[in-house]
Ligand binder design. Sequence first.
Ligand code: ADP
Ligand code: NA
Length: 332
Amino acid sequence: RFAPRIFSGIQPSGGLTLGNYLGALKRFVEKQDEGIETVYCLVDLHAITVWQDPARLRHATREAAAGFIAAGIDPARSILFNQSQVTAHAELAWIFNCVTRIGWLNRMTQFKDKAGKNREAASAGLYVYPSLMAADIMAYHATHVPVGEDQKQHLELTRDVAIKFNHDYGVDFFPVVEPVIEGVATRVMSLRDGTRKMSKSDPSDMSRINLTDNADAIATKFRKARTDPDPLPETPEGLAGRAEAANLVNIYAALAGTTPAAVLAEFAGQGFGTFKPALADLAVAQLGPITAEMHRLMADPAEIDRTLGAGAERADAIAHPILEQVYDIVGM
Ligand code: ADP
Ligand code: NA
């Protein structure tokens, strides 16, 4: 009953990382190029669930938009916009705050990770983040959501919200979304700590590759990436218990568009002294043109703002009528 429509988003809470690129952005471009209707959002309302300097937020939003376009998102084919410009997100999130149960939110591991030890001092927005994410997706009746592994639990909550809303109001109004978590880079890890995901909000810049990093920075970060002294094994099974080594092999495979097995077939028996420079060269070859295009686009912020404004109008044309129907269903 629901036509396929893809929705996904990225927080403009800092520069885009290689994790965002491989786990999300590269996939967004593939989905667009498959000809499915694609709606991509810079989720600034999500970003302010933790403190954002206003000038940096504005800059990061434009930079993320430039990153999307440079990576291959065509604003004429995909809808690319900024969450705060389409009021349906915040309005539907309130309704979903009244559908979501506190017990569901208490199970969210991202809240626990981001709030840290002093949970009482976290913002209420960080706590209800998953309700807003459910609203982002359902304001478009999206059916499929490409994301990295870290968003799986939030998408399960989105499904629970859809099911409960439909059940409580006796309607078949919201599709129950399917997470699309595919590929070898669904969870790119920090270069400094194989137990943490690579994130734009990690305090250490050495932990991540940024889409704005130049060739020298990329080479240095991979050279200093934490690894073990053993050579690369012949098969992926040999990477068990070697999180940092497995991460670099996965990154290589994702950048090369191949499998970890194929990467190991090429590098088995070699040490990281050989593998890391090869990985850096591959990353520079793939990311260099994207970085250059981002810089070109960033030179004209007004044009980026116009692109986002036009995207917001198209997004609003879908989301607003859906919101009107929700108010009607709820009795408003
Ligand atoms: P960040 O942690 O960098 O702030 P976001 O919360 O903005 O990331 O996530 C945006 C998208 O990028 C989501 O689909 C998320 O699953 C994906 N993503 C984020 N970090 C990674 C990672 N390290 N590996 C793979 N995908 C990731
Ligand atoms: Na995040």
